[in-house]
Design a protein around this ligand. Structure first.
Ligand SMILES: Cc1ncc(COP(=O)(O)O)c(C=O)c1O
Length: 460
């Protein structure tokens, strides 16, 4: 397509599209970047050349861009059937095979999966199922849900309410009623001086327990939603013993523990799932993104035996389950997921993530050691967060107006690497495709080191 055509498309885009998570005036004044192609860890733009995508899109193109095998799968699925509904006890072959595969990858800790199209709808389904479950078992007051400060669970009504970032609430009359907000477990930022990480975990649990008691205890509190590692809220890794302690606390008050693995699922941490990395068993698990590496919109909610056994026992008394989506269990999406998981297995990408992730973290730590503004490099596998600070000792943070994380991601972008600035946590995130090579990891880190120098010169 010619350059003139792109200029025209940018104008049409301005007049036709209401962009998600964007500023209307920015689109109006500055136009849009049109992505035109992608291969491996690289993505092409219409006006600014090719970038090494250190974010795998929105934390999702885990097998990289431009996989022909996925295209073939899509074609075959479309030609074979194209679409099938899954309501009223109907099914399709890819959905069945995928469900079996998913229960196998999660090592038998879940009883069933329910398919949708996005991480948000997956969390909304979880939210509704929690109500359904407690209604069925005669606990109509048990409806309050705990979610954490800075959490990101999506943008539909329940998911946005669970999200703990105020900009997703203000102007939308959110959160909906019944959400209890718990502190974020970020030891580096919120740990007290001379408090050990374990003591910090205990303090978090004590604060959570107070929230539960203040809300009326087990009779009123239904569930606790947590990303095993925060994504958009700052790539915050759990402090020592966190999920073991949280599991115990939830059990004490008969609270369902929901792991939102929309980012961390399907290999990102160097295990298939982050609850395996952190050695705990959630009652429900939401997942999307990496299930198809973003090639098709698909989500899977995993339901554990605690809930499932009650549903089997009680649900028929209430009639059919009146929830579901036209595209739930889409045969093309499920076929794409099967091919995607097959590629991950065949190319040993989960162990590659572990190995190359360790390399990436080691290199980041070594190369950023001397920097004044990177206070913490955190994460695991091919997921990392760089915490910006004004000063390391004493530990001082930038003001919101300094926009340090956005400045750093912009400086890195000038070096042809895409990363994401997360302003709520003053953190820059890295989440590259699993197929990224070591030289590409080095290229990404070179771009960061250079960007950090530029931001230091600007802000210090
Ligand atoms: C942890 C987490 N949960 C849920 C979502 C929402 O997913 P979607 O954008 O597919 O609705 C996201 C998206 O980034 C996420 O990171």
């Amino acid at each position: 397509m010619s350059v003139e055509n792109f200029a025209e498309l940018v104008e049409i885009n301005k007049k036709t599209i209401f962009h998600p998570a964007s500023s209307i005036s920015d689109v109006h004044n500055n136009g849009t970047t049109i992505f035109t192609g992608g291969q491996g860890a690289h993505i092409d733009t219409h006006n600014d050349g090719t970038f090494l995508d250190g974010m795998a899109g929105l934390w999702c193109t885990n097998i990289g861009y431009g996989r022909k095998e996925i295209g073939q799968t899509m074609l075959e699925a479309a030609e074979t059937i194209g679409y099938s509904q899954t309501f009223v006890s109907t099914s399709n072959t890819p959905q069945i095979k995928l469900a079996e595969k998913l229960l196998e990858l999660t090592k038998g800790v879940f009883s069933r999966v329910h398919f949708g199209s996005s991480g948000s709808d997956c969390n909304d389904t979880a939210y509704k199922l929690i109500r359904y479950y407690n209604n069925l078992r005669g606990k109509p007051n048990k409806k309050k849900i705990i979610a954490r400060v800075n959490a990101y669970h999506g943008t539909t009504l329940a998911a946005a309410s669970l999200t703990g970032i105020p900009s997703f609430h203000t102007a939308f009359d959110l959160p909906i009623e019944g959400i209890l907000r718990a502190p974020k477990p970020h030891y580096y930022v919120d740990g007290k001086e001379s408090e050990t990480e374990l003591a910090f975990t205990s303090r978090m649990m004590a604060e959570y327990e107070t929230i539960i008691k203040d809300a009326g205890g087990a009779e009123y509190v239904a569930a606790f939603f947590a990303e095993p590692i925060y994504g958009a809220g700052g790539v915050i890794t759990p402090p020592t013993g966190y999920f073991q302690a949280l599991r115990k606390l939830c059990d004490k008050y008969d609270i369902l523990l929901v792991a939102d693995e929309v980012i961390t699922g399907y290999g990102r941490t160097g295990e298939w799932f982050a609850h395996q990395t952190y050695d705990f068993v959630p009652d429900l698990m939401s997942s999307a993104k990496g299930i198809t590496s973003g090639y098709f919109p698909l989500s899977a909610l995993f339901i554990g035996p605690k809930m499932w056994d009650v549903l089997v026992e009680e649900a028929d008394k209430a009639g059919s389950f009146f929830h579901g989506f036209t595209y739930g269990g889409h045969p093309t999406g499920c076929a794409v997921a099967l091919t995607n998981l097959d590629i991950i297995e065949r190319e040993n990408l989960v162990s590659k993530v572990k190995e190359d992730g360790a390399y990436m973290h080691r290199e980041l730590r070594n190369r950023l050691q001397g920097s004044q503004i990177i206070g913490e490099v955190r994460g695991i596998g091919l997921l990392a967060g760089l915490q910006l600070v004004k000063s390391q000792a004493p530990k001082l943070f930038f003001e919101r107006e300094d926009k340090a994380a956005v400045l750093l991601s912009a400086a890195v972008k000038k070096n042809k690497v895409l990363l994401r600035g997360l302003p709520t946590a003053d953190t820059v995130a890295l989440s590259p495709s699993f197929i990224i090579s070591k030289p590409e990891i080095d290229q990404m880190i070179d771009a960061i080191v250079n960007g950090v120098e530029q931001v230091e010169n600007k802000l210090l």
